[in-house]
Every structure is written in C-alpha cells, then in structure tokens.
Design a protein around this ligand. Sequence first.
Ligand code: BGC
Length: 499
Amino acid sequence: MSRISSQLASYAALLSLCAVACSSPTVPDDSVTFPKGFLWGSATAAFQVEKGNANSDWAAWVETPGKIKNADKPSLNGPDAFAHIDDDIAALKSAGQVMYRFSIEWSRIFPTREDFDANRPNAEALATYKGLLAKLKAAGLKPMVTLQHFTLPVYFADPTKNAEPYGWERPEFPAAFGTFCERMGREYGGLVDYWTTVNEPIVAPLGGYVSGDFPPGLFLAMDRLFTAIKGQAKGHVACYDALHRSDTIDADADGEAVLASVAAHQRTFHPADPENENDVASTERVRYLNNLWFLNAIVRGDWDDDGDMSLEGPNDKKADPAMKGKVDYIGLNYYSDTIIQFQGSVPLFKSLPSRDRLPTGRPRTDLAWDIYPEGFETVLVEAAQYGYPIIVTENGLADATDQNRARFIGEHLLAMGRAMKRGADVRGYLHWSLVDNFEWAEGFCPRFGLYAFDPGTGARTPRGSVATFKKWIDAGRLTKADVDALPPYVSPGAGACVK
Ligand code: BGC
C-alpha cells in the first residue's frame, strides 16, 4: 500500500463515513414510491428574485463594472417577487407543491447599521415578508425560510474595502447574525415551518476568496477563506440557538416549534486520473472539506480547526457540547460532480479542483455542469450517516429551452428513491427554482425556473416540464419506464450560457 493510499485508509477510518459504501449503488431503481406527506416544493432566494435590495454587499457588487455577465441586475430585469406574491403562490399551487423555500434579506429589514443596532426594522419590509408568510399558510403551503442566502449587509461586508475583515471573517459577525435570527424567530416563528440558517456554507466564500467571482473578489486567499467558513459555522450555531430561544410557537401544531438546519451544498468528486496519487489524494481532501468538515462540526461537535482531516490539532475539539447537535434535519443541495486534477499545492485544499471542465462524456446543462444523478444517491447516503432526516433544499438545472428538465428531475428522483431504499430518511424535495432568477455572477442567462417570467409584466409562465413533475407528485410515484420514455438529453443544453 502506498503512503497516500494508507493515509486515505486512515482518513476513512477516522471519518467513519462511507468511503466505499456510499458510492456503490446496489438497489434497483425501476420504481420509487414516496411516503404520504412528502414535502414537494421549490426554492428561491431574496436577492435573486426581489427588486429594491440596495444595502447588501451584492447590491454594491452588481454595480461594479465587469462582475456580472451582461451587467444584469435583479432590480433592473428581475422577477420582482415582492410585487408578485400572489402569482408565485398560484405557481406553487398549480405545480402541485406544498412547500416554498425563500429567504429574508437581512439588509432589507435593517438597511443601516444604526437600524440594526437600535433594533429598528424597516416596517414595509417586515410587513411584506409577513404578508407572504400569511398568504402561504392560508394557501396551505409550508414555508421554509432562509436567513442568510449569500448576501451580507454592506455595513458588515463592503466589497470596496476588501483588505479589511469581511462579513463572516469579523469576530463580532456570528453573534450579530444570531441577533438577527433571534429577532426573526420572534417576529415570524408562528408562521414558519422550517428554518435554514446559512445557505450553502463554503460556497459563497469559495467564490469570494478563491475564484474572485463573488464579493469580496479575492483570489486564492486561503487563510481568509477558512476564517470565513469557520465564522459561518459559528454563525450557524448562534442562529440555531437563537431560533430555539425565540421561536416558541408551533407553526403547524405538529409538536415541533423549531426545525432548523443549514442547506449544505454536497457534491461528488472524482479524480481526473484514478491512477494518479495526487489526483486521488486531492479528491479525498476536497470531498472532506466540502461535504464533511462543516457537518462534522455542527452535527457531531467535531471541530477540525486546521482542516487537516484529523482531530489531533491543538485547537481541535471532539464532540464539543457548544457545537454538537445543532441541526433538527439536514438540508441538502445537490447539483453536480466535480473532477479533481492536481494543479500544484495550495494551502488548505492542497490542490484545487480543475477550473476547466474535463471531458467526462456526460450530458451537460446550459452552464456546462455535468448531469450526474448517480451523485445525488451518493451524497444522500453519505449525509444519512449523520442520523437526521434530510430535506433536499435545492436541486435543478439551467435549461432555457426546457428540453432536459423533465428527464433531469425524473433521473434525480429515481436516484433519491435509491438512496431512500438504502436508508436515507428523505422527507422532502425542493426544486431550484420556482422562477427564473438572478444567477449571481452569471446574471440572467441561466434559466433554472420551473416558471419563466415576462420582464415587462412579471407574469409567470410554466415550462412544459412542470406538468410532468406534477404528474409524479400527484401519483406519489414514478418508474424508470416513465423516465426512459422522455426525449434524450440535448447536450450541452441548447440555451447554453457557456460556449
Ligand atoms: C445556490 C443558488 C443558486 C443555485 C444555482 C446554489 O448554489 O444556493 O443561489 O442560484 O445554486 O446556481
């Protein structure tokens, strides 16, 4: 056994998380039946669908020339969710869904630092979100509310001052987030069924400190990246505890006043060359940092302070009671697979994922992301090892022409069914997204919506795949034959945003 293979074997033992079992599907997938009460729905996020968010770091970022494809801005040509609450609720209902995940924009509720410090919320914003929640409940829909979806108040995170500690890096920030959560729990607890604290920990910092596509726009700032991710973990815990203190009203009388988690962005990772020890070791390291580091910390209280895949470091902690058990379910986002090719050592990650897509022969979305439903089964089984129910908080694809969406959904639901047969306690599936929206640095080119919108009137129009998805939801069941009967993928997606 080579040094690297024996190291990998000991990592696997250390993590006691499926190294082999997770990746080998063993269950036939000719059909899947979903339990009664399964939570079908879709998701959005405030900055991506609302107009008029002027006080976040992203509001400043979209004004910076060259940062956003086609200089798109949600306030200019977005779906304007605040003005289309009834349309969005009608869209959810006619898609046969029962749950809606959306986010509350911190900087909309507290536009300035003075407002935040004095607990002086913006009355209109507060009332609009309350109206949305009340209408969702009246329509029989279960709200899941995210409290931090990528954007940060500009008074804590100013991209024009990126030499200074930014957002999650600031020592006072996790507690400030906890304060925001406490206020939201008190304000809206009686109307919210599920909370998401932080959307996709790690992902926004990767964009902000490694690739520079997101604010604060830095490249390979690895120490700052890790400081930010640790801040997110502490912020999640502060928020989780705050919600458990402040949200004491059971929104649907099911005996659970508070159900809170993160929405973890889980991926599968494969070495570009399985014979190359550097590729293999880098793959395992990136998988650990992306899929396990954060969940180990907030679920098991295992704090790997230096990110070295062991709990022997001077600041590491095992089963820290202050961090442990800080989820009530696991929110899981899944999109795709990443091929890892060693590109020389960088701190923390040791190596970075390849920036160019490597040829895999798999079908691809409009963003050239591989369509890889097998990975969905793998990450669900991997996450099931933590022992909590799972809600899929995002899964979807960029597909402007809608030629691939129904097959994509069907293949992913079959993969989810296989994971459920292998023991993953999946309680819900939320599609990303309800409506086309602002896709961060990619602007409005990628079309993730089950619904398109008219930029003039805002009117929502269902794409054809909605009817197929609804048929499966209504039946509570789908078969491999149903999916096989759909047209084959067009690849790369015909509305390609990446040539
Ligand atoms: C994010 C969403 C984003 C989606 C598709 C996820 O990483 O949570 O905000 O729109 O991916 O790009």
